[in-house]
Design a binder for this molecule. Sequence first.
Ligand code: FE
Ligand code: ZN
Length: 517
Amino acid sequence: MIDADKRKGIVLNYLDKGYLVSKECIDTNLCVDVRHLEESDCLIILSDTINIKNAKDCNWLELDRARVMYEKRQNSKIIQKFSAFADKEEIKIVIPEENSVKITYSYDKDTVKKREVADFVTYFNKRYSVIEKILRQRKELENSVSISRILARREKNNVSIIGFVMNKRETRNGHLMLTLEDKTGIIKVLINKDRFELFKQAKELVLDEIIGITGTNGDKIVFANNIFIPDIPTNKELKKSSDEVYALFLSDLHVGSNKFLPDEFNKFLKWINMELGDEKQKKIASKVKYIFIAGDLVDGVGIYPGQEENLVITDIYEQYKECANYLKQIPSHIKMIICPGNHDAMRIAEPQPKFYEDFSKPILDLPNATFVSNPAHVNIHADENFSGFDVMMYHGASFDYYVSNVDSIRNQGGYDKGELIMKFLLQRRHLAPSHSSTPYLPETDHDPLVISKVPDFFVTGHIHKSVVSSYRNVSLICGSCWQSKTSFDEKMGHEPEPARVPIMNLQTRQIKILRFQ
Ligand code: FE
Ligand code: ZN
């Protein structure tokens, strides 16, 4: 490091000549011969250009202009030419870093081995150990003991336990009786109906979720005083980027369906290419750097009986080809992050691996897309001064189960209140806590559906209605869909809201919904 006096000297020296020298120049001891710059008014020398040693031969002004054009996305060719030329001279010009997408978790096992009963046991044990640890962080559950130890107790005492909800039923007197299980045993837990808040909380519990209970024990029973769910911390930082850039969220394109909406999607493409909208809207389009697509890219083939009648493209290869033709039109400087959904051509058991080469080659060939499993975790927009945003992507196949099995979600609007489903799952720290809520493959080394790390954004699809909400500083976002109401929607009473696009300003974390219909 150069000491303060010397640093001051260098700065003054340059100032004398009419230049303000950057910190990087001083730190790397770069001495630029400025004589050839005399005609210019101003030049910015940044860390990515200071490696040019034979400064005299470099047209600094042109290089700087090229960089500005690159950053404004007007022209990236000139800076690349500079870079190519510099390479030959064995000089390094660093082109400003591209938008960053880092995969933090994507399931990538491609061989499916035969599963045995023991695998399910191991799988549930893996899940238990992660969620138990989260629950144990609460003071009240610190000293939880195993169920077998409670069962062995004779005297009445205050107890705390952590276990899976195996069963939940109403007793003849209208109380709730839970059966809790851990690795060591099974015990009954009684929730008194007169404890209004507790009873209400217990009604929300779903099978197989992992909870903590404090109460007093009787003979092979616990009388509950409190119920604890893992939940997420209340003090999560609301991260913001230093620059004004945008991320937007798509899902459920359903290309190939006769209800796919090409006009609306083309409108979206026009806007993202800055060919549609007023100046303000175009300006926002120019600042979009990330597009998430949370599954159901195509309608698929043979997803449900009689689907052929609802398809305009009946060949799965052609569906992906057509889908790629649309996605190709998204400007190449925008990074897309794409996971599959239950309509895509692959196994529906979760975790769904990323798209298969054999069916989906046209989309896998998109140069600006990152493909991940469902669910997956990615980090975007990190740089040396910013840790980036952690994004959890999940298509949402388990959502249907919770809409029909959790009274509070159903009574408050069900599918119209996607944020309640998302919050419910975040609180349980699992994307599909109940065994029958989604088809899954029991992994034996970890449970890919556990939410072990709390994300900044929880991004989903599947319910064909956009969601923009937040819970404890986690942004809850669901893409809409690009398919109008189907006969299936009709039958299920779904009211889809197609052609809407949630878009987030990463600098303010504000989210708006754009309409293309
Ligand atoms: Fe869908
Ligand atoms: Zn879906």
